[in-house]
Design a protein around this ligand. Structure first.
Ligand code: G6P
Length: 616
């Protein structure tokens, strides 16, 4: 949700800023801009539209500069226009600011500044903060240089309510960038003679492997040869320099047409990475050291609550089925955004899991903090090492899925579901689950990567199906038990990247209303593996066929073959009922991908979306 990249050093800044923005484009892509120091003052360029439009504008009028700030936007306040794009300037035009987050009291601040003679040129909350910094800067005339700018930024931030990750420059301070965060992620990248500030470490990987993840209320001053990290109050603060755990190639598209397709095809490896070093065949259990809980504490749990948004929540719903089945432990799931404001009755011995690929989703972070405020232990299942949720949770499990760039989540779902399978195994083995049953789960888990490969080989066949139904206005997805969240995820993928209307339902709900939607032009995807509810799923399929609805049936190889009842059949390998959702999601990702491709959609950057939603 908006991406920031800033640079100070000894190289040309503009190419680095534009390259960084292109790596952050998944965070927002409705407009972009940059401001750099030049011999003649600040050069600001902003453009509505994709980063390519900004790059073209910069290429037409390149300037030499070794420091600057830049931003790619996902609009919250004000439409995506050139004027609303960041950076924003203060009244004097000497201070430039980029911002990720929301200034909640911007109306009041804007009114007060307007009365003092400030004139605004955009509808954004960010411009108000730029003017506020400028107002303080004018008043701090007894100070000079970096001290004056720092004091002005600190004073302004002291007056704002809301969230921010910001980068600020002043025309008279070349090679100085000031950054601060509260609620929106920022990472400092460290080179010997250059420093970076970015919303996401992945954008820094081509330039440096050494990073410092900023905490809320951190305040950093970057200069080419040094950086100074304090808190907002001006006191020194602890920090740790971390080595990035991925190489730049991991965030490259390679030979694939889209990041989404690349990430779908990475999933065999994603499963291996989620399991690596965590499975113990001798004791038929999983080792998840980051949980920071003893076997006894885990055995004494009475309830688990899983929170997340979008795909992460659906992976949590798959996890509910796994844990309840393998460990007979009650699990509830909830939207992070609902949980954080609800009066949820909570008992002792309840453990929370918050699930988030980015580790920065504002609603999930809010839910984590609410659970902790209520005195509960909350663990994270995150991909981004060093992210806010990973740092603030009381422990958890890293997904190790590598960077996910496609806005539509794919490999993160499979990774989260695999982590939940390991959790289910561990919790089960601490309770009633026998060693032989645990061993069966491990054996099945180890076969999953090869089984995903078999599904991926059907990509062309799924493409044919997708092309046949791509002109539908609506598509319905049905599944039961662990496959109900898979139906939800299949529908979400379809909505997100093809813009087709799509809904997911438990198959049995068909007859309670949704059946009214069935007609010749509304295809249904029925997830019907050969499991305990196969016959019941087939009943639903027949009910759809009886109303002339086209059916795409997703079923497993072997078992009774009733696939001929459907218009299209996708057959995939069979695994344990507990793990089948992990396989079933893959054809649905491909179906959404190929549908969107047939419709000519912008698959990696679907309209109106952002990958990491760091505002409420
Ligand atoms: C946004 C994205 C979804 C994603 C959700 C949760 O809504 O568009 O694709 O599933 O956020 O993201 P997280 O990073 O918390 O997993």
């Amino acid at each position: 949700m908006c991406g920031i990249i800033a640079y100070v050093g000894d190289r040309e800044a503009q190419p680095i800023l534009l390259d960084g923005l292109s790596r952050l484009e998944y965070r927002g892509y409705d407009s972009a801009g940059l401001a750099v120091h030049t011999a003649g003052g600040l050069r600001v360029q902003k453009k509505a539209g994709r980063i390519a439009a900004l790059s073209a504008a910069v290429a037409r009028q390149p300037v030499s500069s070794t420091s600057g700030i830049s931003h790619t936007r996902w609009a919250t306040h004000g439409e995506p226009t050139d004027a609303n794009a960041h950076p924003h300037l203060d009244q004097s035009g000497n201070i430039a600011l980029v911002h990720n987050g929301v200034i909640e009291n911007f109306h009041e601040l804007k009114q007060a500044l307007t009365l003092q003679g400030h004139v605004f040129h955009s509808a954004t909350d960010t411009e108000v903060l730029a003017h506020l910094i400028g107002e303080h800067y004018e008043k701090l005339a007894t100070l000079s240089g970096v001290a004056r700018l720092s004091a002005a930024v600190r004073a302004a931030l002291g007056e704002v309510d809301g969230t921010y990750g910001i980068a600020v420059i002043h025309r008279d301070l070349p090679n100085v960038v000031i950054g601060a965060r509260r609620g929106s992620p920022l990472v400092v990248g460290i080179g010997a003679t250059e420093k970076f500030l970015s919303s996401d470490a992945a954008a820094l990987a081509p330039y440096t492997q050494k990073v410092v993840y900023l905490k809320d209320f951190d305040f950093v001053t970057l200069q080419p040869g040094q950086f100074d990290l304090q808190n907002l109050g001006g006191r020194d603060t602890d920090y740790e320099i971390k080595e990035l755990d991925f190489k730049p190639e991991a965030a490259e598209q390679g030979a694939f047409a889209h990041f989404m397709l690349k990430e779908i095809f990475e999933q065999p490896e994603t499963i291996r990475n989620a399991m690596r070093g965590r499975v113990d065949k001798d004791t038929a259990t999983a080792h998840l050291g980051g949980l920071n809980l003893t076997g006894e504490q885990l055995r004494d749990l009475r309830r688990i609550i899983v929170l997340g948004c979008g795909t992460a929540l659906y992976a949590g719903m798959v996890g509910k089925h796994m844990i309840e089945n393998a460990a007979l432990l009650p699990v509830e799931t909830d939207f992070s955004s609902e949980f954080r404001y609800r009066n949820t009755p909570l008992e002792n011995d309840t453990l929370f899991f918050v699930v988030s690929q980015s580790g920065e989703t504002a609603d999930t972070l809010g839910a984590l903090r609410e659970a902790q405020r209520k005195g509960h232990r909350a663990l994270g299942i995150c991909n981004n090492v060093g992210s806010t949720i990973a740092r603030e949770s009381d422990g958890g499990v890293y997904m190790h899925a590598g960077p996910e760039i496609g806005v539509a989540a794919t490999k993160s779902f499979i990774s989260q579901a695999t982590v939940f399978a390991l959790l289910a195994l561990k919790l089960g083995r601490l309770r009633h689950l026998s060693a032989s049953a645990g061993g069966e789960i491990i054996e099945a888990l180890e076969k999953l990567p090869a089984q995903v490969e078999v599904i991926l080989q059907q990509s062309d066949a799924i493409k044919n199906i997708a092309e046949k139904y791509a002109d539908s206005r609506s598509m319905l997805f049905f599944g039961r038990l662990g496959n109900y969240p898979v139906a939800l995820e299949g529908a979400l993928k379809m909505k997100e990247i093809s813009y087709l209307h799509a809904e997911g339902y438990p198959s049995s709900e068909l007859k309670h209303g949704v059946i009214a939607l069935i007609d010749k032009k509304t295809p249904s995807v029925v997830i019907a593996p050969h499991d305990s509810l196969y016959d019941k799923n087939m009943n639903s399929l027949q009910e759809i066929k009886a109303r002339c609805g086209p059916v795409i049936c997703l079923t497993t190889c072997g078992g009774r073959d009733t696939g001929h009842l459907a218009d299209e059949v996708i057959k995939i390998p069979q695994t344990l009922e507990l793990l089948q959702p992990i396989l079933n999601v893959v054809p649905l990702q491909l179906l959404a991908y190929h549908t969107a491709a047939a419709l000519g959609r912008d698959i990696d950057k679907p309209r109106n979306l952002a990958k990491s939603v760091t505002v409420e």
